[in-house]
Design a protein around this ligand. Sequence first.
Ligand code: ADE
Ligand code: ZN
Length: 326
Amino acid sequence: MNLITFAQSIPKAELHLHIEGSFEPELMFEIARRNNIPIPYNSINEVKAAYNFNNLQEFLDIYYAGAGVLIHKQDFYDLTYAYLCRAANDNVKHVEIFFDPQTHTHRGISFETVIEGILEALHDARKNLDLSSYLIMSYLRHLDEDDAIRTLQQSLPYRDHITAVGLDSSELGNPPSKFAEVFSLSRDQGYKLCAHAGEEGPAEYIWEALTLLNVDRIDHGNRCLDDLKLITELSNRQIGLTICPLSNDKLQVVSDLSEHPIKTMLEHNLKATINSDDPAYFGGYINQNFTDLITPIGLNEQNIIQLAKNSFQTSFLPDTEIETYL
Ligand code: ADE
Ligand code: ZN
């Protein structure tokens, strides 16, 4: 078996996936049509041509616009179930999915509509695809902390269906320190904690996520490599880093995939994992992320096994379940 086939067939967990970022243009057109919402593109090819980004903000502007066609519970169900089928096909056994409630509640869509569509799809995938899943509610960091606190309150009736909270959207200028209170309140509710940090922002933001938010896991975290003390801290504590290679390439976090630092991270004994982030926008799902990296950075069989193990070990699954995958 060659390395690509090996990476594709190995059981894995996906820990960094925005459900709104799995919105394929074909489904976007279909949902826009049935909801009678105009979109500024005439064809799938035109949509794909627009997916050319110089930085995170250019991507986010298009991503939020795309999410604007999601109105009904059925739309959220269809979006989620389509992703889950693709994940199962890539031998993903467990997935921890981000959703951004404020992207929808700010357009007048109720929290209930969003989460109930997603939860029903997760339930059906457990049954039909044998795919285990957790949900992570992500706060939008370009909005203020009071807005995140209101979102936390809206989530409480669904407390038992949400495993963790996260922090995403425009990183530069919106440091983790801005959200210390809502993260503390979220922890009080029993939610696990993670935050995007060190994608475009500096290593200092990763320190803030660790020391001020007390996160259990860092999303991205690429910039930790700028700070030797931080590398030691992350390695000693075996904090998970959910790395997203194709995203890093498309958002110019790395200059080229061949420059991707994930192998260096493994050499530092960091708990790096491979994930797809927003696969409909960045050119592929989790297996594509493995496949496209193997040759440019020379990932070997040992690296692939380690990355797959890391994905289960840094998941929010209970230890007894993690062991069944190792
Ligand atoms: N929301 C969706 N994808 C994101 C990313 N890569 N960084 C920050 N916020 C996001
Ligand atoms: Zn992300």
